[in-house]
Design a protein around this ligand. Structure first.
Ligand code: GLN
Ligand code: ZN
Length: 769
């Protein structure tokens, strides 16, 4: 029988119940028991919903209160000192949350022996998703042992409820590659020390009553480091012997195995899961390479996007697999990856346009597709014929409903010249300086100013219909006026309007563009209790009316200094949305770029001399495989330029990127040809600038000197000291002074003194020129 399987289910809950439970616990409003009960109830509901959808391999142990990589580290005793762990047994919740969020100085932490200044672990993106995991730091010579077995517990929990689940572990090789040895050594050197702990976990899982275990090795779809292949061979030789009788399924996802396909198929595994959404072309070679007794799990339903599947196309792949010798006896049908990255269910989404809603599938709907495909493999396509027709019709209707001929015509008419500024940077810079007359080392900010309770309440009241649009606009205009006056007094050379009107830097623009839609409950976990509800980019994009013009020109009317207009760039708009798949990502991005270009030109025409186009998601759009980088960078740079390059030489274009590694993308950063780029450099103590220096980056740059992630206000001399390091890398004529990022999460009580110190630092530094 073909098995309908799932690889992982959303944890946060259909109504973000986990978020509510976590935040109540952190605020001291509930007990540990309450939290554990809420989590248990969520897991039970998830099992029921998956059973109801017809899934027979239901994952377990992939649930985490905060993060599954953190839980893996805790289970194997990879916990640094200072967090109150005794070295034996399960880590307490206090320890876990101190690792995740940093010590809060609470009495409970003190009692648990947690250092009051224990910092949160570093957090980083989980492959190319918007989920963030905690990076376990691993000390040289670390020892591992099985400190607890959450997977065996999860199996028991399922069995007690009458459900035999398939526990999911992050595989040992990927775990080590995602961790960070504190001495910078090769993490894979720790594999022999780690494997006995994994083997013990598998034995416990078998004893608990599981038949299958899923080991996730997403690193297999990336370019493996030296020694990677040998590490896989060693690890799985060891684990295959650990628990005879327990079947091992290795899951690869987020792309094709590519040059690792032979390696993966050669491992002593009972089954292999492949992502046939991102890489359908790997089906044939996988069928060829697998041994007849091995199971193949077909990742046919997209776990990374929200669209309904064209079931006939998926079924064709399944049939191809079923035709191999041994046939359907050893097939599983599954989503391409864990469903962690899509929202729970479409049920509550009653306000979406019907043609869109009908073409969507969230986690629950995707599992119904999985179950149906598995049945069709065994019973013939007759059982699914209606569903095949329905899915094809829904997707065809979506395509028809999404089209705006004016947009495609405009895009077709776009010329390469539109991506080209009139003159090269040195000429532009001279003209801009003649117009702007800025002092050396100009001071500016990244755009947003504190989102105070007043700001958020005003927006919420507007959303609830409790204030009129006119009243709301009056509040915003007052806030802008206060902000501009304060910036003038503080001595900011290039003020901003403050972005008070923005809930979110993508959503604010998406709401004003045609082609986007928004869900009510489409939450996806970003990290811990934090969720995002990405807009759905489903149609051709255009900008029916100006989006920022009123706020920006209002600010400009209040000051003689040049106000910087603030926009979100096309790559970031794309990256932080769920995107349609009937056209190339590049095409969708170019549509957004044209819409933003309209706004840029309108700001310019209204007299705005500086426009910033934020691209914080530029780097994270990089494909997982290096061979695909050049193509992405080429079109991403082209989209930015299409948005930006329409302005006259005298108009200055800024961009901003938060923290990123720039070393390998310097050519692309330079090719964006922004007049000024601001980046986050405080924590790295300006080390990032080495990449800009090494590349001889030719344009202006604002290396951040205030870490806005921390409530600490750095003294002027500290900022000046940091900036002097920047001046060793780059010439003063091209440098700007600014914070690392926007100030929206900070309070005025921090922003006022910090900006005053920044201006003071500028004065000191200018005197030294
Ligand atoms: N202009 C935005 C702000 O200041 C930039 C945000 C970001 O970089 N993520 O908030
Ligand atoms: Zn930023």
């Amino acid at each position: 029988m073909t098995i309908a399987a799932n690889l992982g289910f959303p944890r946060i809950g259909p109504r973000r119940e986990l978020k509510t439970a976590l935040e109540a616990f952190w605020a001291g409003r509930s007990t540990e028991d309450d939290l554990r009960r809420a989590a248990g109830a969520l897991r039970a509901a998830s099992r029921r919903s998956q059973q109801g959808a017809g899934i027979s391999h239901i994952p377990s142990g992939e649930f985490a209160l905060y993060d599954h990589v953190l839980d893996t580290a805790c289970a194997f005793g990879a916990i640094p000192p200072g967090y109150g762990w005794s070295g034996e047994g399960p880590a307490s919740l206090a320890t876990r949350f101190a690792l995740a969020r940093g010590a809060r100085g609470s009495a409970a932490e003190q009692a648990a022996g947690i250092a009051p200044d224990a910092p949160a672990l570093e957090m980083t993106k989980w492959f190319d998703t918007n989920y963030h995991y905690l990076v376990p730091p691993i000390a040289p010579g670390a020892r591992f042992h099985l400190a607890e077995n959450p997977w065996a517990e999860a199996v028991r929990e399922g069995l007690a409820a009458g459900c035999r689940t398939r526990p999911v572990l992050l595989g040992p090789v990927s775990f080590l590659l995602l961790a960070k040895p504190t001495d910078g050594s090769d993490p894979l050197a720790l594999l022999p020390a780690l494997l006995p702990a994994y083997a013990a976990a598998l034995r416990g899982i078998a004893e608990a009553g599981a038949c299958w275990v899923q080991l996730d090795e997403p690193c297999l779809v990336t370019d493996l480091p030296a020694g990677g292949a040998a590490a896989f061979a060693l690890a799985y030789r060891h684990l295959a012997e650990a628990a005879p009788g327990l079947r091992l399924l290795l899951a690869s996802y987020f792309g094709g195995l590519g040059d690792n396909l032979g390696l993966a198929c050669g491992l002593p595994l009972d089954g292999l899961h492949v992502d046939l959404v991102r890489a359908p072309e790997q089906l044939a070679p996988a069928l060829e390479a697998l041994r007849p007794e091995q199971w193949l799990s077909l990742g046919l339903i997209d776990g990374r996007n929200v669209w309904r599947r064209d079931l006939r196309a998926a079924f064709a792949l399944a049939q191809q697999a079923a035709a191999r010798p041994g046939g359907t006896r050893r097939l599983m049908v599954a989503p391409s990856c864990s469903l962690l990255h899509v929202p729970h269910s479409l049920r509550g989404e009653t306000a979406l346009p019907p043609v869109l809603r009908n073409a969507l599938a969230f986690a629950e709907e995707k599992l119904a597709e999985v179950a149906l495909l598995a049945r069709a493999v065994d019973e013939g396509e007759g059982v699914a014929r209606t569903a095949f027709a329905e899915s094809a019709a829904a997707l065809a209707a979506l395509r028809a409903g999404a089209a705006d001929p004016a947009v495609s015509a405009r895009l077709a008419a776009a010329t390469p010249a539109m991506e080209q500024r009139a003159s090269p940077y040195p000429q532009r810079a001279a003209r801009q300086q003649a117009r702007l007359g800025l002092p050396p080392l100009p001071v500016t900010t990244i755009g947003s100013l504190p989102q105070t309770a007043e700001v958020r309440q005003a927006r919420a009241r507007l959303a609830r219909g409790e204030t009129s649009a006119t009243e709301y606009a009056a509040t915003m205009r007052r806030l802008i006026a206060e902000a501009v006056r304060w910036q003038e007094e503080a001595g900011v050379d290039v003020p901003v309007h403050g972005e008070f009107e923005r809930n979110d830097m993508v959503k604010y623009f998406a709401e004003q563009m045609a082609g986007y839609a928004f869900t009510r409950h489409g939450w996806v976990q970003s990290y811990g209790s934090r969720c995002v509800a990405p807009p759905i980019l489903w149609g051709d994009v255009s900008r029916p009316a100006p989006m920022t013009l009123d706020w920006t020109t209002h600010a400009q009317s209040l000051t003689a200094r040049p106000v910087k207009g603030m926009l979100t760039g096309p790559v970031t708009m794309l990256q932080w949305s769920f995107v349609r798949e009937d056209i190339a990502r590049e095409t969708a991005c170019r549509q957004i770029a044209l819409a933003i270009r309209d706004e840029v030109l309108e700001l310019e025409a209204a007299g705005i001399a500086i426009v910033q186009i934020d691209e914080p998601a530029f780097r994270e759009g990089l494909p997982l495989r290096r061979a695909e980088h050049a193509d992405y960078l080429h079109w991403a740079v082209g989209c930015f330029r299409l948005a930006a390059a329409g302005v006259r030489d005298e108009t200055q274009v800024h961009t901003h990127m938060c923290y990123a590694e720039f070393g390998d993308i310097m050519a692309a950063i330079a090719a964006m040809d922004a007049d000024v780029i601001s980046i986050e450099t405080t924590r790295s103590r300006m080390e990032l600038l080495a990449a800009f220096e090494g590349f001889a980056y030719p344009n202006g740059i604002g290396p951040g000197v205030w870490d806005i992630h921390s409530p600490r206000v750095p003294p002027a001399e500290e900022m000046a000291g940091l900036f002097r390091r920047a001046m060793r890398h780059l010439p003063a004529e091209r440098l700007w002074l600014n914070p690392d990022c926007g100030c929206k999460t900070r309070a005025w009580a921090e922003v006022r003194p910090a900006i005053a110190n920044l201006v003071q630092a500028a004065r000191t530094l200018r005197a030294e020129l």
